[in-house]
Ligand binder design. Sequence first.
Ligand SMILES: [Zn+2]
Length: 436
Amino acid sequence: MVKFLPLFALVFLLPTYNLTGQHLHDEKCGFTHILEQREKKLPGFLNAVEQTHQQALQQYAAFAARQFKNDTVYRIPVVVHVVYNPNNPTANLSDELVKEQIRVLNEDFNRTNSDTGNLRAIYQDRAGRLPIEFYLAEIDPNGNPTTGINRVTTTRQSFLVPPFDDLDLVKRSASGGVDAWDTRRYLNIWSCNLSFLGIDALLGFAYPPVGAAFWPEEFFLADPLQGVVINYKVFGPNNPAATGPLSPYTSGRTGTHEVGHFLGLRHIWGDGDCSEDDGLADTPDQNNNSTDCAIERNSCLPAETPDLYENYMDYSTDACQNMFTQQQVDLMLFNLLENRTGLAELRVLGTTDFAIEMYPIPAGDELTLVINTKSKGIGSVKIYNLIGQLVSETILEIDNLTTATISTTQLSAGPYFVQIDFGEFQERKKIMVARS
Ligand SMILES: [Zn+2]
């Protein structure tokens, strides 16, 4: 889950890897490292990750077929924590660079990136598109307006500190970073300095989703480490700090790669040799990660297809990459809706008008919905808590402009999802319930 540059990573992480019995010959991403560290602190973590992954692999295809509609967009609010030392003002990323990173994420996940044509012809029909919209959060956890960019100063020079047994320092205010916003409601991205001895071996890292079914609820509910960390020098495209050894990583695709992990993808070579796999049939077996795309190779003979260096979950340079596969997309969609319940707002873009407004936000003892549609019929309004439990259901008769008031007195304060189903329409929005 950690994206490292080669060589340097090997130098400083080797002792740690020897301890865990891992081989680091070709690893530049400490996939195992960060999970092993987490397992030490929360025994059972690795098992929960694996069970979630296996469950997702078994169910994603049917799930994707059921959920995926061409006119559906999953919207994810993002908060970017820009953590910087005032002595290093270049780490205080510009608003524009942050917005550019969001643009790259949207283009890469939606496959509207300008370099899709670079994908070799044999792989063109494997490319997938995830209809997702990342956007900078507009409301903070307290219900106040925000830009979605949270600038925080620190006295730390770097957040990569020997003996590298805690890579999450930036995620805690107490250790010089900044606490996450509710990780069930926001994709948290931290930007910070990750250099060590002047070397930028670590580009970023992210934890995989852990399904509620396989994790004690109290841990799942309070998991403040979920999110993505990106080395500020490779944050966003055309980052002026991405020079020297970092110059191949100037397209913002460290972010794409790490959000892929966040949504449950593994490296396409399975973090092992040809006997290891990422669990997906449409990514070819690879003996190890790619580093470039100058030379085509087929590292697991007699595989019929060459190594897929165009994939965001490989370690080729940013310019080599341009695609997720369809099964990667399906798996991410499954994880988004099943194992990161509460993160996505759902918008169905239909040809028939169907608009919903809700007020007040936050809601007190009641919530009012105004539904504007050209159709009439019976619909339902369901309220879910953030671990996906149905806490309220109301049947509505909908006829053009319909106003309905729903009691929320039984709900404790906090965030919820309101889902409106009406014929072919479905819309899901987050609300807050406040208690005075
Ligand atoms: Zn990785």
